[in-house]
Design a protein. Sequence first.
Length: 155
Amino acid sequence: MSILAAGEPVPEFTLRRADGKPFTRDDLAGRTTVFVFYPFAFSSVCTDQFQLYEEVLGDFSARGATLYGVSTDALDSQRAFRESLGVTIEMLSDFEPKGAAARAFGAYFEPGGMTTRALVIVGPDQTVQWSWIGEHPGVLPGANLIFDGLATGDA
């Protein structure tokens, strides 16, 4: 598996928002987006990851970046996960067809049949600005990785 690299255009994809409406490549135009691919709602590492990111969400926003969690969980699971954590980061579902967007981004963990732990920053031009993929789904990427990735787009 190979995560999309800096400079690559983002492929066409469709994810689902909590209300069931589509989130597509077109939604990326003109803004900096951080996709936080995560394996499962309610797992301990995912819980820690989103609580950490929520604590510094204002700092991401100040840098002009919007974060989205992406997993192969169903919408109801993601909604319950988000509410239980009390986070405001929007979760996008890659449930059906399962993992299609994660596969397109290179963030699907085939042996587990799930999204792996990965980060992809997309610039306003719908091109990958920076990406990272964990050695395995249990790795917790700190917020500093995202800040470092955002810095690569600074001129």
